[in-house]
Every structure is written in C-alpha cells, then in structure tokens.
Design a protein around this ligand. Structure first.
Ligand SMILES: Nc1ncnc2c1ncn2[C@@H]1O[C@H](COP(=O)(O)OP(=O)(O)OP(=O)(O)O)[C@@H](O)[C@H]1O
Ligand SMILES: [Mg+2]
Length: 301
C-alpha cells in the first residue's frame, strides 16, 4: 500500500479560548489531488497556516514526509510548495530574477531547474520582463513556478485560480493533473469555485466550524433520473401516468442508463417524438450546500 506523504493527526487550534480547529485527522497520498472545501470561516486557511508552520497547533501534529512541522520544521517544509492567495513577488525585478531569488532559499536548485519550471508553466517568452508588466494569469504562473522550484512532494494552493480567465483555469487544471501524475506530487487545493473543484480534484475534504465533516472520493454519480422533452406531452402523461414528473418544458423520469434504449424505443412505438434526453446529475455544488446547510457564518463560541 502507498504510504501517505502527509499526515494530520488530532490537530486542534484554540485562539483566545475559542476552538477554531477541532481534532482534525487527514492524510494525503502521493499523486492525489484533494479539494479543501468549507464555508467562509470554516478553518481552511488556519489549517493551511499550521501545515506550513506559520501557526503552531494547540494539539496534535502534522507529519510531512516523516518530519513533524513543529519539531522538525526545516526538513518538513523542504517537501512543501505553497501558493497563497497573492504570491509575493518583487515587481521591479524580472520573473527570472524573482525565481533566482527564491532558488537561493533552497538547497540544490540549479539554473537548469529554473529553466525547466519556466518552460513547464509556459512563461519562457516573458520571463525576462519585469513582473509589474505581467498580467494576473502570468503572475499566477510565476507563483506556481516558484512553488515548484525545489521539487516539493506536497503542494498547497489556497484559492489558486482567483482571477484567472476560463482558458487560464483550464490550463491550470491540466497542469495540476500533470504534476500530480508525472511527479507524484500530492496536492491540496482550497477553493470556493465548486464547479471548478469538481473537475480538478479526485477527493474532497469538507470542513465546517473547524471540524472535518466529510471526506469522499469524487466519482461521477450514476444518474438514476433523466430529463426528457417530447412532442406529445399529453400522450406521454396519459400512457406513462405516475411514471413521469412534469418539470419546466419537459419531464423527469426514473431511469437507469441500461434502460435508456428500451425506454426510447417504447416512446417511438407509442408515437411519441423525443426531442431531448439527458441524465440528471447531482452537482457537487448541490451536495455541498446540502451538507453544510449553506447560509450564514456560524459563531465560534
Ligand atoms: N488570529 C485569529 N484570531 C482569532 N480568530 C481567528 C484567527 N484566525 C482565524 N480566526 C477565526 O477562525 C475561524 C476560521 O478562519 P479561517 O480563516 O481558517 O477560515 P477559512 O475556512 O479560511 O474561511 P474563508 O473561506 O473565508 O477563507 C474564523 O472564525 C476566524 O474568525
Ligand atoms: Mg481562507
């Protein structure tokens, strides 16, 4: 069995008598992309701050590649790459100079490695220009390049696609998949963009009021309902009474994928024209709101 690269064990954080993180347990496997979801104020950033040594846990521990982030910070953090909301860059230096600067903070980052990550994130044509001339998307790419310089085994991204255009988001997603697969990097992505997370990750961890309330693999749910539109709605309601439910300009029917061809044949035989048929899938967004209740931010005391 694959060993986890990161283990969060019984992690708690109390600030001024308020318990913000409550006994969190979570592991990350190499190559696995996990989405970190939760309403505003749930504790995502606090957890990430503890994982990157910016804040001390009140209880519990975080082990990264065998090293405790508290007792063995240097070794633990050498395995971590982080992108926080707005990567700090020197705007009056070129992208390349910025990377050189960050490279000096790690052991063994060669000039070849810098060139490699620049090519990986597709910045080779602009890397010698000053960062102040970069667009938001280019700055994000530079942030990613910086986070990857030292070949981390664990990558943490807090709201990474903020401000990216749809093409940028798509590219970013492909790129994450690539580094997870090819370099076996474990990735944690926090985001509120559920439609995006849905395509980006294979597992989600949901936190609410500082507690991990769900961790699940995202498999495409098998649809058990289909939406149809037909040319003869009255006839359909008559022939399939009790088995169709009217919805907007069509109907919802209980049906599994295997039964679709037979169902379509039976409509044809009954002289009913079919204009549209598609599965009804519960989106991650619906599932998330169901689980967390949506709405107001909870008081923490
Ligand atoms: N330094 C602090 N002192 C007091 N309370 C804090 C501190 N840092 C965070 N909190 C509280 O801890 C809770 C969790 O905050 P956190 O920033 O981790 O949430 P989040 O999940 O990242 O939310 P968002 O989605 O809004 O970014 C909030 O109620 C916040 O007010
Ligand atoms: Mg946050």
């Amino acid at each position: 069995m694959t060993q986890p690269i990161v283990e969060i064990k019984n992690l708690s954080k109390t600030i001024k008598g308020k318990q913000i993180i409550k006994n969190l347990n979570l592991t990350f496997l190499p190559g696995q992309i996990t989405g970190f979801l939760g309403p505003n104020g749930a504790g995502k950033t606090t957890t990430i701050r503890m994982m990157t040594g910016l804040m001390h846990p009140s209880e519990g521990e975080i082990i990264i590649n065998g090293h405790s982030i508290v007792n063995n910070f240097e070794q633990a953090i050498s395995n971590v790459g982080v992108i926080v909301e707005n990567p700090e860059m020197y705007k009056y230096m070129s992208g390349y100079k910025n990377l050189q600067h960050f490279a000096r903070m790690h052991k063994g980052v060669t000039k070849e490695r810098i060139d490699e990550v620049v090519a990986q994130v597709g910045l080779q044509n602009r890397i010698h220009e000053k960062v102040k001339t970069y667009s938001l998307g280019m700055r994000q790419r530079l942030g990613l390049a910086q986070a990857l310089l030292h070949r981390p085994k664990f990558l943490i991204l807090d709201e990474p696609t903020n401000g990216l255009d749809p093409a940028g988001i798509r590219e970013f997603r492909m790129y994450l998949h690539k580094i997870a697969m090819e370099d076996n990097v474990a990735i944690l992505v926090s985001s509120h963009m559920l439609s995006e997370i849905e395509l980006m990750v294979e597992r989600i961890a949901i936190i609410q009021n500082g507690e991990l309330i769900d961790i699940r693999e995202l498999k495409q749910e098998i649809a058990s309902q289909y939406y149809i539109e037909v040319g003869q709605p009255e006839k359909l309601e008559e022939l399939y009474a009790g088995r169709v439910k009217k919805e907007s300009s069509g109907f919802v029917v209980d049906l599994t994928r295997e039964n679709v061809p037979e169902y379509v044949r039976s409509l044809m035989e009954a002289g009913i024209d079919l204009y549209t048929i598609h599965p009804i899938q519960k989106r991650l967004e619906d599932q998330f709101i169901e689980m967390t209740g949506g709405g107001a931010i909870n008081a923490i005391h």
